[in-house]
Design a protein around this ligand. Structure first.
Ligand code: ZN
Ligand code: FE
Ligand code: FE
Ligand code: ZN
Length: 271
């Protein structure tokens, strides 16, 4: 069976559905576990797509409500934490705010004010003002840096920077390598994220080549939906499992209380 560890709540202001509805969907699909991992707050007001610091009690309350609605279901709790240089201390503080099962590391920001997956910057001129190679290099350097902090249990949507179709023309190995090396050296799993199949990327995060390189380097993987509404829990897991198998993966990982264990990937999956 598969689990889905990357899902959101309305507190981030761009997702819908109470966590208990996500659990209900996970049960319908026969998922082994479901984890909620909403966008973590920054220490100070930062942008408009994450919970605020003072909303953390409301988040924990919602998770508790879901747990009470399905007391026998293995609901896991976590956060999707944005890495920006200088945030290490705050992230350590976040880690102590609850008995998390895992913290997901993410890079959306390649500078203080540019979240590369945000459609608001399309047509602003930003993407046109510098070579795509440079944007990719900044993204993957920062992703590697995030992984090397050791603050995260796994790393989300590894090649998110491709979301709007900005992909360098030349070989991509050199771009991917810093992140894959960081993951291998710190033994940090990477995520196969199916959200790319539901947005303009039109493909899984990460690409097939990335996944093959990660497999070659001995990096573990998880399959997650990044659902922002209950009906997307487990979405496209058939494709993601096929991609993992094609790259040579036979196992995945689970988390509880930030302890990791390895389990076999299922033979097949339909959803
Ligand atoms: Zn989101
Ligand atoms: Fe994300
Ligand atoms: Fe997410
Ligand atoms: Zn995400």
């Amino acid at each position: 069976m598969l689990a889905d560890y990357h899902t959101h709540t309305p507190l981030c202001r761009h997702a819908e559905g109470h966590p208990r509805e996500y659990v209900r969907r996970a049960l319908e699909l026969g998922l082994a576990e479901l984890g909620i991992s909403d966008h973590a707050p920054m220490e100070r007001e930062f942008d408009d797509w994450r919970m605020r610091r003072e909303e953390m009690p409301a988040y924990l309350q919602m998770l508790e409500e879901a747990r009470q609605a399905y007391p026998d279901f293995p609901l896991r709790i976590g956060l999707e934490v944005d890495f920006l240089p200088g945030q290490e201390e705050w992230i350590s503080k976040l880690a102590g705010m609850a008995r998390w099962d895992y913290l997901i590391g993410s890079v959306h920001y390649i500078s203080e004010d540019w979240d590369v997956d945000n459609p608001r910057w399309l047509g602003s001129g930003r993407w046109e003002q510098q070579p795509v190679e440079e944007v990719w290099q900044r993204y993957f350097q920062r992703a590697a840096e995030a992984v090397r902090t050791g603050l995260f249990d796994f790393f989300a949507h590894p090649d998110l920077v491709k979301k709007f179709g900005h992909v360098p023309a030349g070989p991509l190995e050199g771009h991917y390598r810093p992140l894959i090396e960081a993951a291998a050296e710190t033994d940090t799993p990477l995520e196969i994220n199916t959200a790319g199949l539901r947005n303009s990327a039109g493909a899984l995060y990460p690409s097939r080549l990335f996944l093959e390189m990660a497999r070659e380097a001995g990096v573990a993987i998880l399959i997650n939906s990044d659902a922002h509404r209950p009906q997307d829990v487990g979405a496209h897991f058939t494709e993601a499992l096929a991609a993992a198998k094609a790259a040579g993966y036979r196992e995945t990982v689970r988390f509880q209380g930030r302890e990791r264990r390895t389990v076999p990937l299922p033979e097949a999956w339909r959803c």
